[in-house]
Write a protein that binds this ligand. Sequence first.
Ligand code: GLA
Length: 387
Amino acid sequence: MTDVRKATIEAFKKQFGRDPKMQAYAPGRVNIIGEHTDYNGGFVLPCAIKYGTAMAAAENGTGKMRIFACDINGGEADEFEISENIAKHPDKLWVNYLRGMTQMIARKFKGQVKGLDVTVSGDIPQGAGLSSSASLEVTFGHLVSEAFGLKIPLQEIALMGQASEAYIGMKCGIMDQTISACGTKDHALCIDCRSLKLTQVKIPENLSVMIINSNVKHQLVGSEYNDRRESCEKAAKILGVKLLRDATLEMLEAKKSALDEVSYRRARHVITEDQRVLDAIGALEGGDLKKLAALMYASHCSMRDDFEITISEIDGLVEIVRDVLGADKGAVRMTGGGFGGSVVALVGPENVQQVKDAVNARYKAISGRDATIFETKACTGAQFAKL
Ligand code: GLA
């Protein structure tokens, strides 16, 4: 049993004075390639990571959810009535993800959701762009579904998680919740974000997935993300398509004069990024690390120059790693929504230590802080067990 699972069981006994009856868990994610393509109906290629959120729970015989988060401010509690219209908490952001999920499930399964006592613990670094909030939503959605026999399919739980983000004010896509729910061991997941078709893509055994956290916190519940989305929607309208997924570079060039310069570049990122995801799947399947490296770096440059979601610390980290890996010893790019967060690298095990050494030696000088580095395998998505 991983530590977060144990922590929730111990905390449950202490907090509620009895044994929990069930446990749920869902991981965070790292996106290998395909950034800001999901809400444009395009392709993404994330995998689930070894860190996640655990919950221990038991029915409490009331109409209320009573939640205790072990890791927030040394332990923070909240409770709310289950209903189809749940007010947001004015200042506890973490509980709003759970309020949102409860509302979404209560609307669909009228009267079937009852009170639960729940303890929560997670080990996904916050603000690192590794989807701690999606993992929280999916863990809780799956817990409620299993606790009351609702049998909500995992991809529907993901959609409810996305709706919970909108409830909070973040108009995100479907990537994070889907991979947290549906991740498969040793595989990345290609999500076609228009049809929601899932395709597993094996990550070659001779590649380590490295995540380097810049320790510059990203905060996505903010205007930058929603702004990007608006620009994309505006560009799609001018190009005469429902989603940028349906646009080509030729269509974009033909309408260039009708678009403002910023929307043009935003759309160019999305259109080229969709193609890079498909090409990267080919490169992974064919074991072509050189091609993968070129695609991931092109993705990074496009995020930096066209989508403008990288920051100098992240750009610096990518260059430090590239200096070690050259053109063919590994691939690296920023991962996640942007404005801080982490860099992902796919590296042969023989180069992992060199990458670590270079980051440890050079990152502080450009950023004034240390990076946190870890390796992960691609992990399994949402899990549930009766205790
Ligand atoms: C955040 C969002 C996702 C996705 C990424 C960028 O993680 O939650 O839906 O848009 O940013 O690719």
